[in-house]
Design a binder for this molecule. Structure first.
Ligand SMILES: [Zn+2]
Length: 164
């Protein structure tokens, strides 16, 4: 059985700026009004026969969205970004373009890029790790979580994180 949460209707949304280094059109800082669609597949369990409580999934996803909302998303593991300072401000260069941004305006992410694809993998991992039951594997009834990071209406990257 699978539960499905529609990010527009369930308000799993955030607005952020990013750039795709060295990309012809997406290399400049630009923004998206993102929304996240979520699916969780697994066995029905517990007193109510839920796959997982919708409320729990929404809380986890809202926390993730809140962290990214109204920030410039910066991928710390980018091969193209040369970081110069991460203390009080975030300073870096991409080729001959130099940037200096206030730390509070940035969300630093342990990613190679902040493409919809990489954000989908990141969020699916986070959600799966938050939902899974550690220790007793037989109690971990989640088979997979699926995340679609939409950069707007009708355009998104979908990633499925299967259970360990
Ligand atoms: Zn973009």
């Amino acid at each position: 059985m699978k539960i499905i949460i529609n990010g527009i209707h369930a308000n799993l949304r955030f607005s952020s700026a990013h750039m795709i280094p060295c990309h012809q059109f997406c290399g400049g800082i630009h923004g998206h009004s993102y929304h996240i669609d979520v699916q969780v597949e697994g066995e029905r369990t517990g007193e109510f026969g839920f796959v997982v409580d919708f409320k729990k999934v929404k809380e986890i996803m809202r926390d993730i969205c809140k962290k990214l909302d109204h920030k410039v998303l910066i991928p710390l593991n980018s091969a193209e970004i040369e970081f110069k300072n991460l203390e009080n401000s975030v300073e870096f260069a991409i080729g001959n373009k130099e940037y200096k941004l206030p730390s509070e305006d940035c969300c630093l992410l342990p990613l190679k890029s902040t493409s919809a694809e990489d954000l989908a993998e990141y969020m699916a991992d986070k959600l799966y790790n938050s939902l899974k039951v550690d220790g007793d594997k037989s109690k971990n009834t989640i088979k997979s979580v699926q995340i679609c990071v939409n950069e707007g209406i009708g355009q998104g990257a979908y990633f499925e994180r299967k259970a360990d």
